[in-house]
Design a protein around this ligand. Sequence first.
Ligand SMILES: Nc1ncnc2c1ncn2[C@@H]1O[C@H](COP(=O)(O)OP(=O)(O)OP(=O)(O)O)[C@@H](O)[C@H]1O
Length: 215
Amino acid sequence: MTGTLRAIDLHKSYRRGREQVHALRGVSIDVQPGEVVALLGRSGSGKTTLLNCLLGWERPDRGAVEVPGTAVPAEAPWSTVAVVPQRFGLLDELTLADNVALPARLAGLPDPRAAAIETLEVLRLGHLVDRTPDEVSLGEQQRTAIARALVVGPRFLVADEPTGRLDEDLSIHVLTTLREVYAAAGTGVLIASHDPVVVAASDRVVRLGDGLVEG
Ligand SMILES: Nc1ncnc2c1ncn2[C@@H]1O[C@H](COP(=O)(O)OP(=O)(O)OP(=O)(O)O)[C@@H](O)[C@H]1O
């Protein structure tokens, strides 16, 4: 087993009424530890489907996903491949601190709340830790979802449009943090995005078009 996160020749179709939609038509991609890869492509090109397959949320019709470290039973999945979902997935009844502490608790970190607050502070949310998601802006919710993914210091981070609700300054701050704090410590980062800030901060760009890697 290598230390690389890999999708190999993924095929995935959906049935929509009588129509067959080929979301992925043979996509291979890899992410090395410590690199930041931008996944670009028009709306509907298959980015989310690819991320879902990498996360094990969807099963490809054909092809394989290699996730390093999954043979180690003690390692929580979120510590291996953490995710920032497009729709955030925060729990409304928990504070931001408790949302972010949740994966830290599951991963058995010694002080989940302290780790959560520290990560929220890195994302400039230290003043909001005791609010619930409906008491903060969408951009603040988005950064909370990023903090929740990062709190365990994952080996890989998979993020679906993680700057879609952020202004340019905050996008740059988030990308700089991902690069200089997390990728520098070895986290491999894959970001599906249309944001030029993401492209500028990436080591490498992979373009999807109509279910295939272009170029
Ligand atoms: N559950 C589903 N059922 C039917 N079709 C689907 C389903 N999920 C995705 N698709 C279709 O598969 C194709 C790829 O969708 P996907 O969400 O992966 O694209 P995307 O590149 O992430 O788009 P966006 O940038 O808008 O999020 C699209 O044509 C979409 O309509």
